[in-house]
Design a protein around this ligand. Structure first.
Ligand SMILES: *[C@@H]1O[C@H](CO)[C@@H](O)[C@H](O)[C@H]1NC(C)=O
Length: 280
């Protein structure tokens, strides 16, 4: 009996250890480099928390050590609280060079109590101009929330707390380049953009409130091997192309109640007609 229960115990411990190994998501020390802003960028809590700050002299930033070609990237952010007007927290994936690809989240700060804008964009082959902007359905400065990018050969999905807010489909078939050959790194920076960020630049950064600080935790990257796209392994999660019914409903909800700008509806900007991907 005794040896039987201790065997069970070892099995249990074994399971727990395995579980921890597969769910611990490294540390910021291991996965990221602080790239600018001197000591304004910090990693602490043993690598579990990262902060960026901005003062009158400088902002700060970091980038991932690894490059990714397709995957799901999750990060929790808690944005600059209080009067964050004029500040921008950019969090994005990007490759390098003049024909780079880029997938952007940018958080535009606001005066206390006024809503942040979540600005998104997608660059393919060096060309962007695909902005969509949203209000959030919560105060992003009170708690951490998860911002994710799912990047597959078929589409790019932006998610906030697992709710899809934007889908960019691969429509190479009608001549729109899609990011699929250039690996990207993860970047983030906190900087001053008071010439445009808040109410189009009307509200300036209040430097008496500096330093401004944003926090990051629970980074997780799941790489999809290119093999899983070409094989006929149909039960692989990454083979699923479209959102399920619930995801589509959530996306419509966000687009209906929280989207405040969509380049696809901006006929003033595109008098000759909106870009072709807008009709697909
Ligand atoms: C800031 O608040 C104003 C007033 O509510 C709003 O019009 C604007 O969209 C908000 N966000 C930014 C980033 O300007």
């Amino acid at each position: 009996m005794a040896s039987n229960s201790s065997t069970h115990m070892f099995v249990l411990i074994g399971i727990m250890v395995t579980f921890m190994v597969t769910t611990c998501n490294g540390s910021f020390f291991q996965d990221f480099d602080l790239t600018w802003g001197d000591n304004r960028a910090k990693i602490f809590n043993g690598g579990q928390l990262l902060s960026l700050s901005l003062d009158k002299v400088s902002g700060s930033g970091f980038k991932s050590k690894n490059e990714y070609l397709f995957g799901r990237i999750d990060m929790q952010l808690k944005l600059v609280a209080g009067n964050s007007a004029g500040t921008v927290t950019a969090y994005y994936l990007s490759s390098q060079g003049p024909t780079h690809d880029e997938i952007d989240f940018e958080f535009l700060g606001n005066t206390t109590g006024d809503p942040y804008i979540l600005h998104t964009n997608i660059f393919t082959q060096g060309k962007g101009n695909r902005e969509q902007q949203f209000y959030l359905w919560f105060d992003p400065t009170k708690n951490f929330h998860t911002y994710s990018i799912i990047w597959k050969p078929q589409h790019i999905i932006f998610l906030v707390d697992n709710t899809p807010i934007r889908v960019f489909k691969n429509v190479e078939s009608i001549g729109v380049p899609f990011p699929k050959n250039q690996p990207m790194r993860i970047y983030s920076s906190l900087w001053n953009a008071d010439d445009w960020a808040t109410r189009g630049g009307l509200v300036k950064t209040d430097w008496s409130k500096a330093p401004f600080t944003a926090y990051y935790r629970n980074f997780k990257a799941t790489q999809f091997s290119s093999k899983s796209f070409s094989t006929s392994n149909s039960d692989s999660e990454w083979q699923i192309n479209e959102l399920d019914a619930y995801g589509r409903r959530r996306l419509r909800w966000v687009q209906k109640y929280f989207m405040i700008y969509n380049y696809c509806n901006d006929l003033k900007r595109f008098p000759q007609g909106v870009p072709v991907e807008c009709n697909h």
